[in-house]
Design a protein around this ligand. Structure first.
Ligand code: PSU
Ligand code: MN
Length: 299
């Protein structure tokens, strides 16, 4: 059992039926965004949520304790060096008393669900990797979405994944995939992957109704929100960068959990830091949309 410690503020909000939005900690740690963009991301996401009268709940493992929501003054720890914690690593991080375990999407939805938080905002989810038919690399995020009753709000999956197979996988495991005022699956730094999203929604109330109406009580919902148009990167340039990063990773023998941080680092370097502002903008925007969904669910 995860049995997370829920912060004072988040417990009070949940008890009062007030809206809460969970956030993962990987993107704010050294495994996600570089310093000082990580601090800016945490600040902007938190502010976007609070501005709407919603309470943010950062998930993490701190001193071997699973946490939902931070106490005042603990933000600093989330920005520091971390060990990556997917859902299956949670029990290990607790058993071995890890100092700071940064939660990925899979761990975050598990923690959110166990605390009774129904909405979770992130940047991009993990997915089926290109070449997964050989490597077997399919992010645990996808199964976690199918097993926890949480709406995950994201800008799609990272473009270096196999997005078509990621959609197929989500269909197989029964996760409804919604497009926020958009017909296509977003590709993180760009608004469209060219793949049709199964269902388009226009309002937070529709998203809330989908969560309430699903046939299996444990299943989550994926809400994909395209990056704001003004912050989008150039598709052709990004494609070339991704192809090169994946080839280099292959040659250098980067596998497993190390693949995502490696490729993200290469994208940041090759786009001369333009990917970082884009990442901040989409994370903040997702936090805003997630807040609207949390408000709709609390009505
Ligand atoms: N997208 C980003 N930065 C990240 C991640 C996704 O732009 O740091 C993280 C998320 O925490 C996601 C995880 O859950 O990568 C997926 O890792 P993997 O592919 O090893 O499952
Ligand atoms: Mn993986």
């Amino acid at each position: 059992m995860l049995n997370p410690v829920v912060s004072t503020e988040v417990s009070a909000a949940l008890a009062a039926g007030q809206p809460v939005v969970a956030l993962e900690s990987t993107i704010f740690s050294n495994l996600g965004l570089p310093d000082p963009a990580n601090a800016e991301a945490l600040e902007r996401c938190g502010h976007a949520i609070r501005r709407r009268g919603v309470v943010p709940a950062v998930t993490a493992v701190l001193d071997g304790v699973a946490r939902v929501g931070l106490e005042p003054g603990e933000e600093q720890r989330i920005l520091g060096p971390a060990r990556k914690v997917a859902e299956r690593d949670m029990a290990v991080a607790m058993a071995q008393n890890w100092d700071f375990g940064a939660t990925t999407v899979s761990a975050s939805v598990a923690l959110a669900a166990s605390a009774g938080v129904e909405v979770f905002a992130t940047g991009g989810i993990g997915g089926v990797h290109r070449g997964a038919e050989l490597t077997g690399d399919i992010s645990a995020d996808l199964d976690a979405l199918a097993h926890h009753p949480v709406v995950t709000v994201c800008a799609g999956a990272k473009a270096f994944l196999d997005l078509a197979r990621t959609l197929e996988y989500l269909e197989t495991v029964g996760v409804p995939v919604l497009g926020w005022r958009h017909d296509h699956l977003p590709a993180f730094y760009t608004r469209s992957s060219g793949l049709a999203v199964p269902h388009r929604v226009e309002t937070a109330d529709e998203v809330a109704a989908v969560l309430r109406g699903r046939s299996r009580a444990h299943t989550g919902v994926l809400l994909t929100v395209p990056i704001p148009a003004a912050d989008e990167l150039d598709v052709a340039e990004l494609d070339a960068v991704l192809t090169r990063a994946l080839e280099d990773g292959d040659r250098e023998g980067i596998v497993g959990a190390a693949v995502t941080p490696f490729v993200l680092g290469r994208i940041a370097a090759a786009t001369e830091g333009r990917s970082i502002p884009a990442n901040l903008a989409l994370a903040e925007h997702n936090a805003e949309v997630a807040s609207e969904v949390a408000i709709a669910l609390s009505r």
